[in-house]
Design a protein around this ligand. Sequence first.
Ligand code: NAP
Ligand code: MG
Length: 406
Amino acid sequence: MTDRNKIKMKTPLVEMDGDEMTRVLWKLIKDILIFPYVDLNTEYYDLGLENRDRTNDQVTVDSAMATKKYGVAVKCATITPNAARVEEYHLKEMWKSPNATIRALLDGTVFRAPILVRGITPYVPNWKLPITIARHAYGDVYKNVEAAVPAGAKAELLITNPDGTEKKHLIHDFSESAGIIQGLHNLDRSIESFARSCFNFALDTKQDLWFSTKDTISKTYDHRFKDIFRDIFDKEYAEKFQKAGIEYFYTLIDDAVARVIRSRGGYVWACKNYDGDVMSDMIATAFGSLAMMTSVLVSPDGIYEYEAAHGTVQRHYYKHLKGETTSTNSVATIFAWTGALRKRGELDGNTALSDFADKLERATLDTIESGTMTGDLAAMSTLPEIKKADTEGFLQAVQENLEKLL
Ligand code: NAP
Ligand code: MG
């Protein structure tokens, strides 16, 4: 395509670059699959660990603020520093996870959805459509207080009200045996944001929304989640859902698990923090591969940040640095780009851009379904003839298929 024919973009996309092998993929994807076709307009933030360290992590905050301003971002996987990384990169500090920083600033919920492709069969054979998990990412056991209690002690819950009055609840009288206690909390405000993000995402993707807790046992705590979802749904979303032809469905977590296994897929499953942590790993594995899982952060006011669910694929990066051939799966990162480009197109009324995103996804799936795929998928595919591609070879094959669709 000549520069004149390239698809134009009205509003910039916030681009957050990242680390290691996914940083390598990032550049290849842009060079091979985007630059030749789109006059790419991004506001670029380098969230690579070196630049986060150089800017005292200010770049992460700036990128989140830019996302608030423009409404759509695409993010590369980034290293969350641990002690080993502090040493490896000579970091000034063990910086927080960029995802956690961005999520807190946008007050968002993460939705993870598998990419389904012919030849990679889910372990649950009746799953024909993706199951998207929404995990509430605040509170409960992740912000708990716990303690060991000696035998003979008594544990109580004490609430000091704003007016100074106190209320005590007996947790347990440990006269018979030593034991353990745990204090959990959550915030109405956070649950409300979670609910709105879920309802918005369901509307946006035209899928039913399921929500499950253990409200029969937890009559105040879990029940509050159920009530808040119901209230917000009735007041703000019931009509919109009806118009869109989708449903909101609440059920007990036990019942939800049984229904999920029997289902065909094709809905969003909202989970409390711990349920979402566990179930998202179960769903990812059962659909086949973490490398085929997309992730999008959605704020309650409709801001979207797209990324792959996997990390920076460190082992492949070290091979790459040694000059060895790699076969790293770029599909989830490609879909992060297409998700963001499509959303940018929708918000700007730029049909050409949204159509391009659809075609790039189609071309990616066509490539795998015609037998060309990276090593991780080649090891699982049930297709009769498979051609294992290296990292760049796969992207070139996608480009050939894309050219056929444009
Ligand atoms: P990972 O990068 O997801 O990789 C774990 C393993 O999964 C890889 O070694 C590879 O297996 C396989 N894999 C994952 N993605 C793949 C792909 N696209 N293509 C082929 N194989 C893939 O997780 P990690 O090694 O635990 O974490 C590495 C770094 O990523 C850490 O520093 C972590 O902080 C960061 N991380 C970032 C995010 C994020 O930014 N959202 C999320 C998770 C982790 P084989 O080696 O067997 O081929
Ligand atoms: Mg988990």
